[in-house]
Design a protein around this ligand. Structure first.
Ligand code: FES
Length: 124
């Protein structure tokens, strides 16, 4: 694959996230943070939560509200107790279009150690 159009930049307001099925059937989460866009796999790297629902953006920081893992979307630095980095597609803006470079779908690996449910998390 190569550069593909993901969406119009106006489709994703600042401080919001939107899941889009890009060309080739690749699901991409568009994150519009203060000053830029990121194109991401649509799930949290912690426990596969759909970030379109569990993610919130404030300024440059995206937080997954499920267990509060967070990342600076500008620098991609992990915040606080976050243990896994985000994967990202390279992006560029052409006119009004947000483009992403997609060679292959980016996926996270999940292991059994992360298989705790909400109850065990809050009882720790
Ligand atoms: S699933 Fe996102 S922080 Fe746990």
């Amino acid at each position: 694959m190569s550069w593909i159009k993901v969406c119009k930049t106006s489709e994703v307001p600042e401080n919001s996230l939107k899941k889009i099925w890009a060309a080739g059937g690749v699901p991409i989460l568009v994150a519009h943070y203060k000053g830029g866009f990121r194109a991401l796999p649509p799930v949290c790297p912690h426990m596969e939560e759909p970030l379109e629902e569990s993610g919130v953006i404030a300024g440059c920081v995206m937080t997954c509200t499920k267990h509060l893992w967070a990342w600076d979307l500008k620098t991609l630095e992990m915040q606080g107790e976050t243990e896994k980095p985000l994967k990202t597609y390279e992006t560029k803006i052409e006119g009004d279009d947000l483009m992403a470079f997609v060679e292959q779908e980016l996926l996270y690996e999940f292991d059994d150690e992360d298989d705790m449910d909400d109850d065990s998390f809050f009882n720790c």
